[in-house]
Design a protein around this ligand. Structure first.
Ligand SMILES: [Zn+2]
Length: 149
C-alpha cells in the first residue's frame, strides 16, 4: 500500500469486497500491484544467519550440497585468524564436511573453490513471494513456471 500511495506502483487488480479504511477514506485492497521500473527499492538487508542461508540458497558454497538449516554452518573465506571480517563479502554457507576441510586455512591453501563470490544481496528474503494454495488464483499468472509443473 505504501508503494501504491507514494506513486511507486499501480494497481493491476483489486478485491471488490475487501477494504482498507483510514480515518478519512477507504481503498479497495489491491490484489496485484505493478512496480514502476524507474523506481528502485533500496534495501538494507540485515546480515543474519538466516539471510546468509537464503542468499546462498541453503547450499554449501564449496561442494554445492543443499542441506537443511541444522546441517549447515558458515565459513569465513578469509579466516578470522587472518583478519577476515564477519561480513556479507567474507562469510558463506558451508556444510560441516567442507568446513572441516577448510578450517582456518586460506582458500588457496585449502584447495576448495567457491561457487560464487559472496556479495551483499540486493533483495530481502522477507520480501520474496511464495505462493500457497489459498492465495488468489490471479497471482499464479505471474509464476508461469509453477503453473506448468
Ligand atoms: Zn560442502
Amino acid at each position: 500500500m505504501i508503494l501504491y500511495l507514494t506513486g511507486r506502483a499501480e494497481v493491476v487488480d483489486e478485491y471488490d469486497n475487501k477494504l482498507i479504511r483510514t480515518v478519512s477514506t477507504s481503498y479497495k485492497l489491491p490484489k496485484i500491484l505493478r512496480l514502476f521500473q524507474n523506481h528502485k527499492i533500496s534495501l538494507n538487508v540485515k546480515f543474519t544467519r538466516m539471510n546468509v542461508f537464503f542468499r546462498d540458497q541453503f547450499q554449501c558454497q564449496y561442494c554445492s550440497i543443499k542441506l537443511p538449516v541444522h546441517e549447515l554452518t558458515f565459513d569465513h573465506v578469509v579466516p578470522v585468524s587472518q583478519q577476515g571480517a564477519t561480513s556479507w563479502e567474507n562469510v558463506v554457507t558451508c556444510c560441516k564436511e567442507c568446513n572441516g576441510k577448510k578450517g582456518s586455512k586460506s582458500l588457496k591453501t585449502s584447495g576448495l573453490v567457491l561457487k560464487k563470490i559472496p556479495k551483499k544481496p540486493r533483495w530481502s528474503p522477507e520480501l520474496c513471494l511464495r505462493l500457497s494454495d489459498d492465495d488468489p488464483l490471479e497471482w499464479w499468472n505471474f509464476f508461469p513456471e509453477k503453473i506448468a509443473s
